[in-house]
Design a protein around this ligand. Structure first.
Ligand code: HEC
Ligand code: HEC
Length: 288
């Protein structure tokens, strides 16, 4: 991205001007808290930025930017409101559905058999010849292997299942591949990340790369990492998908947006995931 440097220099001003705010107060940055879930799973919330990131030295989980009372909800599964949805997904996992009269468990055994998968998603699917997200794998199994109906990308059943798939990989380092056959998709995602959208002419990078740690309205800006997805949002009292979050962020720039599940958002997901290589899988997390 040759244009990145130029708008990095103006983006702090652009951001505050575009949002009609008074000049941004230097924010408090990420805090120093440490995340251990269930006194057992140690979560890496800070790591050296992967080599492909040009303008950031250190990457942080969004957890480090939340208030203590939000952070604490994620430290024990009994307090994490997202775990209800994981339990629902375990029920679905064991439920026979579709013409083939199979459940996920019939073929995959325990959900723990998918441990490690979330850390590598999205990834190149050689059979299909495209980059695949969790949602795409789940729906292929439903339609092609169970003879069941596809779930909506953003439907509750799908969000629950992606929460279950994340939960069994918690603590493992995010490690998505950006080379080989995935590279073209990754480049496309990178381009979207640095594109300025909407009347406000803001890119993902303007907020999450240039201004993380600062306050925007009442919100403490993070790096917009996706290692915690799906996240339980207190505001929605439910878990939200990555693509739904992307859509919301783009809408906030007053732009028309790509749809959930679109090739553009799959590419963006791969790129954003790769910016978190080295952080731990943390989902389902809790955010405001
Ligand atoms: C009839 C057997 C069968 C059923 C039923 C089934 N799957 Fe699969 N699933 C497979 C096979 C075979 C693969 C591809 C081989 C592999 O990578 O493990 C796969 C792959 C996957 C993957 C990608 C795994 C990876 O490592 O790339 C996910 C995620 C997945 N299934 C989830 C589910 C879920 C969730 C359900 C229930 C809604 C389900 N599957 C039902 C057989 C099945
Ligand atoms: C106008 C500023 C702004 C822009 C532009 C923006 N976001 Fe955000 N984003 C926010 C705010 C505010 C939040 C909530 C606080 C936080 O977690 O950073 C947020 C949250 C997120 C989160 C949740 C992080 C977590 O840990 O739960 C992700 C992921 C995200 N943004 C991705 C993106 C992507 C990708 C783009 C570009 C398509 C984008 N954002 C554009 C302001 C922005």
């Amino acid at each position: 991205m040759t244009t990145t440097k130029a708008f990095k220099l103006v983006s702090g001003i652009a951001l505050t001007a575009a949002l009609g705010m008074s000049p941004a107060l230097a924010g408090p940055g990420p805090d120093e808290d440490q995340l251990v879930i269930n006194e057992d799973i140690e979560i890496v919330t800070e790591a050296a930025a992967p080599a492909h990131m040009e303008y950031v030295d250190t990457i942080y989980s969004g957890w480090r930017f939340r208030e203590d009372d939000t952070q604490v909800m994620q430290m024990d599964d009994f307090d994490n409101p997202a775990m209800i949805y994981v339990d629902k997904a375990i029920d679905a996992w064991n439920t026979v559905e579709g013409a083939e009269e199979k459940s996920c468990a019939s073929c995959h055994g325990d959900p723990e058999s998918l441990r490690g998968l979330r850390a590598e998603l999205p990834k190149w699917n050689a059979d299909k010849g495209e980059v695949y997200t969790a949602e795409m794998y789940v729906n292929d199994c439903r339609t092609e292997r169970m003879g069941a109906e596809a779930w909506g990308w953003n439907g509750q059943d799908m969000r629950n299942m992606t929460a279950l798939i994340s939960s069994v990989s918690r603590g493992l380092p995010v490690n998505v591949a950006i080379d080989g056959p995935a590279q073209e998709t990754w480049e496309k995602g990178k381009e979207i990340y640095y594109t300025r959208f909407g009347q406000l002419e803001l890119s993902c990078a303007n907020c999450h790369e240039d201004n993380y740690g600062n306050m925007i309205r009442a919100d403490h800006l993070s790096q917009g990492q996706i290692n915690g997805f799906p996240t339980y949002r207190l505001k929605d009292a439910n878990i939200v998908s990555m693509h739904n979050r992307f859509r919301g962020c783009i809408r906030d720039t007053r732009a028309e947006t790509f749809s959930v599940g679109s090739p553009e958002f799959v590419a963006l997901e791969l790129y954003v995931a790769s910016r978190g290589n080295g952080l731990s899988v943390e989902g389902p997390s809790v955010r405001n």
